[in-house]
Ligand binder design. Structure first.
Ligand code: IMP
Length: 428
């Protein structure tokens, strides 16, 4: 049962889209298991660039089965637009399936996301304002509307009317703004329902059947370990479970379906939104990485905060995901940086912490301990094997492996598909 989970090992934006795209060629199924249109995957095929938010990156290979699993919160407007955009560019989207059990993002979720952020003021989380948090809140509160409910006009009307009673009280009485119109939402969403109906399926059954037949399934995580609701820098996290365990819940498979877990890590670190970031480089080094790495959000266009690679985070990611390998991305961005720093531990009150701290205060006050490594000046964007990399670059990779305790199985030296070095076969 070759199931491989690909998970972000940092705060998201690690280049998972590119790695998924690369591995998707070998996979039979590609499955998204959490998050929603807060995610943004940029994939470069030849000279063409694709920006995907909901559709798994595997769609760029004709005939691949791509699944939006039950753990995803789906904005039908985004999905319909994304599908149309892909079709216009000649991409075959017939392999896409959407879970009956996925929850639907409604206009009131997006409005609430904005209003709640405004209300938080300086304590804002820096969300993508795509309605993700409020949609997962409703799911947990058992007032959410699922795709299966959206497809049943009577059921949808009843649930929506009930929800709007409560949401409109919030809009008018708490936020002093206008209510949402039941009829307007019904009209718009029932149209989406008809557009999406042909894709909807029992996706858990499709995945489990494929696994029984020995097919290769790639579970594609969105966001990253440090944005995980339980394992991340709470409350500066997203509202889902990007970690590998989330793949079981969000795709509807058992833990034994997973053979390997690949943590995707940038060769440095970035973060968008608010929250602590111990190795953030607010100096010229950070600016250099942002410029060279093109570190601006795919979904919101916000400049990403940049800093050095943090091995404390990688060890945390290795533990909570059970990483069996690392995919080290954007290694080419480090070309010209000399020396390169890696954080090996956090110093707090004179002692090195033994694990990634749960307390935000500790995380804000701890001092990263750095090790310096020599950089390299040679262009590595044409490297086809590890032997093509300069010795200092290879030494950097070896040190990352040692500090993280996980072997590097894949290296990205540029944005294109062919700028990928597979050090070890990931599907086995
Ligand atoms: P939300 O997921 O929109 O609720 O945002 C919560 C936090 O997760 C914010 O800090 C966002 O910037 C961050 N976030 C959400 N999705 C992504 C992503 O795909 N990449 C990086 N950060 C993200």
């Amino acid at each position: 049962m070759p199931g491989v989970v690909l998970v972000g090992a940092q705060w998201g934006d690690e280049g998972k889209g590119k790695v998924t795209d690369y591995l998707a060629e070998k996979a039979d199924l590609v499955v998204r298991y959490q998050g929603g249109s807060n995610a943004g995957h940029t994939v470069k095929v030849g000279e063409e660039e694709f920006r995907l938010h909901l559709v798994p990156s595997g769609i760029l290979y004709p005939g691949k089965i791509c699944i939006i699993g039950n753990g995803v919160v789906v904005d039908p407007q985004v999905l319909v637009e994304e599908l149309e955009g892909l079709k216009e560019r000649g991409i075959d989207t017939s392999g896409l399936r959407l879970s009956y059990r996925a929850h639907v993002i409604l206009p009131y979720h997006k409005r609430l996301d904005e209003l709640e952020e405004e209300r938080r003021g300086s304590g804002r989380l820096g969300t993508t304002k795509r309605g993700i948090g409020p949609a997962y809140v409703d799911k947990a509160a058992r007032t959410g509307i699922r795709v299966v409910d959206l497809l049943d006009p009577e059921e949808f009307r009843q649930r929506l009317a009930l929800n709007l009673k409560e949401k409109n009280e919030l809009f008018t009485k708490v936020y002093g703004t206008s209510p949402c119109s039941l009829e307007e939402i019904l009209e718009e969403y029932l149209e989406y329902a008809e557009r999406l109906r042909p894709l909807v399926a029992d996706t858990g059954q499709i995945i489990n059947q494929a696994l029984r037949e020995g097919k290769k399934v790639l579970f594609e995580g969105a966001q990253g370990t440090l944005l995980d609701l339980d394992q991340g820098t709470y409350p500066y996290v997203t509202s889902s479970y990007p970690v590998a365990g989330g793949a079981c819940i969000g795709a509807g498979v058992g833990p034994k379906a997973i053979d390997s877990v690949i943590g995707v890590a940038k060769a440095y670190t970035t973060r968008v939104g608010e929250g602590p970031f111990p190795t953030e480089a607010k100096d010229t080094a950070g600016e250099y990485l942002r410029r060279r790495g093109g570190e601006y959000g795919t979904t919101t266009g916000r400049p990403r905060r940049c800093g050095w690679l943090d091995a404390v985070i990688l060890r945390h990611a290795a533990d909570v995901n059970g990483l069996t390998g690392l995919a080290l991305t954007k290694l080419d961005v480090l070309t010209g940086v000399d020396p390169i720093q890696i954080c090996t531990g956090y110093l707090y009150k004179g002692k090195i912490l033994s694990s990634f701290p749960a307390s935000l205060r500790v995380l804000q006050e701890c001092e990263p301990v750095y090790e310096e490594l020599p950089g390299w000046a040679d262009d590595i964007t044409g490297a086809e094997s590890i032997e093509d990399l300069p010795p200092a670059c290879r030494a950097y990779i070896r040190r990352v492996e040692e500090l993280a305790g996980v072997p590097v199985k894949l290296i990205a030296v540029g944005p294109r598909r062919d700028q990928t070095i597979e050090v070890a076969d990931i599907f086995g």
